[in-house]
Design a protein around this ligand. Structure first.
Ligand code: PLP
Length: 412
């Protein structure tokens, strides 16, 4: 299928020009690691720094104070939650720590956390730290093929000692997507709470936390939400749980009345008790225009395009890459996949280097042998995907990767 013909009939094609496209020839397939800069965001940063900070100084707090809740309300709309169930604060890892710790403490005699081997390493580290501190155990559900998790294995692993199940909705490496509603139901049937990491699915796939009965969730804003490098994360606590959970980090922004400067901590009501210290206003302000773009485009249309584009990429793999020794490391079924596709090749590291340094294509490399092609439907074109695959094939055919060293850079 001709990529230009597909681009011509793409209902979301107008959104690409809402982003800064600095180099029109760059094939950017890493929007799942760092989303592009929306044009409005650049204006917003200038406004908040150049006008509000510059002129309003400390008086600016009148405008800034409720930003974590206001932005949370907008993200809630994207993830199927009530506006008072979501706030934006801290990093994803810190939010996982706070919520998983709180869930463990609330679960009385149960001291196990169950997760799976496809979860994000930072999540696993945070969980290891929690069970170390609380004297519990972390149980890891294995993946049979390193691509997906069999839900029956989760059910088998849960028992009357399980306090919490937590996993990435979409796995960072293979792109596998759990059936969040079904798994949450299984988790509840065993008396455990469910905490989902939405980092690789928010903004690109429909999520209905309330409908699916989810207890807790966290997620990142700098991937498909295009919030900017290191933008703070969000957290969700369902209404019925909010006043039963205690944050393990007691700070003044989680206190009932921070500016009373009382000497004793009293947890604020609602989800805001999971805030800790002063919110990073410049980074927070930069998140909003990207979230507005997602709301404007509509998550249904975004998912539709994402599915079509990942399917197109898989078709091109079959035609041009499979015969060159490239393996598909993502679920072949688009309904079980997020918006990135992983490929395996023994020379993945050097191929990634050649693509980035010589071919003006940006995928990313995930050790030991994975190349990820992330597709952010608001700005990715079919033409770009086609060029990415063409150049990928060329690097292998001409053995261009041989010019690069096998040393892994410190950031990939
Ligand atoms: C990107 C990502 C994170 C990022 O964590 P930070 O603490 O924000 O660095 C966490 N979990 C998952 C699943 C991710 O994909």
């Amino acid at each position: 299928m001709d990529p230009d013909a597909l681009d011509a009939v793409d209902p979301l094609r107008g959104f690409r020009e809402r982003f800064v496209i600095d180099d029109p020839n760059l094939v950017y397939l890493d929007g799942n690691s760092l989303g592009r800069l929306p044009i409005k965001t650049r204006e917003r940063i200038n406004q908040v720094a150049g006008q509000e900070w510059a002129a309003d100084l400390v008086r600016g707090w009148g405008k800034w104070f409720d930003l974590p809740q206001r932005l949370g309300g907008k993200i809630a709309e994207i993830i199927g939650a009530h506006p008072d169930e979501v706030i934006v604060c801290d990093s994803t890892t810190v939010n996982l720590y706070k919520l998983a710790h709180a869930a463990m403490r609330a679960q009385g005699g149960r001291n196990q956390v169950v997760t799976d081997a496809l979860n994000f390493p930072s999540d696993l580290y945070a969980l290891q730290g929690i069970v170390h501190g609380l004297g519990g155990q972390l149980e890891l559900v294995a993946s049979d093929d390193e691509i997906s998790i069999d839900p029956s294995r989760i059910a088998d692993r849960l028992n009357q000692r399980s306090a919490l199940f937590t996993a990435s909705h979409v796995s960072f490496k293979s792109g596998f997507m759990h059936d969040m509603g079904a798994v949450t139901e299984t988790v509840h049937a065993k008396g455990a709470l469910a905490l989902w990491d939405l980092s690789h699915s928010v903004g690109v796939t429909p999520i209905r936390l309330n409908e699916w009965g989810v207890d807790l969730a966290i997620g990142c804003t700098y991937k498909y939400l295009n919030g900017g490098p290191g933008a703070p994360a969000f957290l969700f606590v369902r209404r019925g749980l909010q006043d039963r959970l205690q944050s393990p980090i007691w700070g003044w922004f989680g206190q009932t009345d921070p500016f009373a400067f009382g000497l004793d901590y009293a947890a604020s009501c609602g989800v805001s008790r999971f805030m800790v210290g002063t919110p990073p206003i410049l980074s927070l302000a930069a998140i909003e225009p990207g979230v507005d773009l997602i709301l404007e485009a509509g998550i249904g249309a975004i998912r539709e395009k994402s599915r079509s584009q990942t399917a197109y990429l898989v078709q091109l793999w079959e035609k041009h890459l499979a015969s060159l020794g490239v393996a598909l490391k993502s679920p072949p079924d688009a309904t079980r996949r997020g918006s990135h596709v992983s490929f395996g090749h023994p020379e993945a590291l050097r191929i990634a280097k050649a693509l980035i340094e010589k071919m003006n294509v940006i995928p990313d490399f995930r050790a030991p042998d994975n190349l990820r092609f992330g597709i952010s439907p608001l700005y990715a074109t079919y033409r770009e995907i086609h060029q990415g695959v063409e150049r990928f094939a060329e690097v292998i055919r001409r053995r261009q990767y041989e010019e690069y060293s096998e040393t892994r850079p410190s950031v990939t």
